[in-house]
Design a protein. Structure first.
Length: 178
């Protein structure tokens, strides 16, 4: 019985030691909400300066928004898309282009929810000032569906995939060309 006691303690000690791989995954990159603007481009949450730092550091950025009647949750959709081309304008606003995507028409009020693809593709440009500019291409007519681009406003949520929660400790304060 005494010979099993040291073995038992070794199993307990190593069995209770934190898994380094699990710690690395838990402390690895994660998507965090850095900034949110309302439809008028006003601050609603977070810090726009942190978003600008994340763009300057080259971190991936995603934009999220919701549409539909605010008083009827049955008619609401939430969208999330990755930015593919980012611009910092005058050091104070961020604009993000996204990969063109197929338009969709939701049926959200019937018993079975559905989305229908529309034979057009949209190219959108989002801004921390609440603006969205959109140009569509109608593949049936082989023509631009909307020109000049339509513009509308939404509250937007801006996320960045950051290496850890302390990433902003060494922000890039200067423009990229300095």
């Amino acid at each position: 019985m005494k010979s099993f006691l040291p073995l038992f303690f070794l199993v307990v000690i190593f069995g209770c030691t934190p898994n380094k791989n699990a710690q690395a995954i838990a402390s690895g990159p994660e998507w965090i909400l850095l900034y949110k603007n309302d439809k008028n481009g006003q601050h609603a949450h977070g810090n726009k300066t942190k978003l600008i730092h994340a763009v300057r550091k080259g971190y991936p950025i995603r934009i999220g928004w919701a549409s539909g009647p605010p008083d009827d949750p049955r008619g609401a959709v939430e969208h999330m898309i990755e930015a593919t081309f980012l611009t910092i304008a005058n050091g104070k606003e961020v604009f993000a282009q996204v990969t063109p995507f197929w338009a969709q028409r939701p049926d959200l009020t019937s018993d079975s929810l559905s989305m229908a693809a529309i034979p057009s593709q949209s190219s959108w440009l989002f801004g921390t000032n609440g603006t969205i500019s959109s140009v569509g291409v109608d593949f049936v007519k082989d023509a631009t569906a909307s020109y000049p681009p339509s513009q509308f406003r939404y509250g937007l949520s801006w996320y960045a995939e950051v290496p850890n929660t302390n990433w902003v400790d060494s922000p890039i304060e200067v423009p990229l060309w300095d």
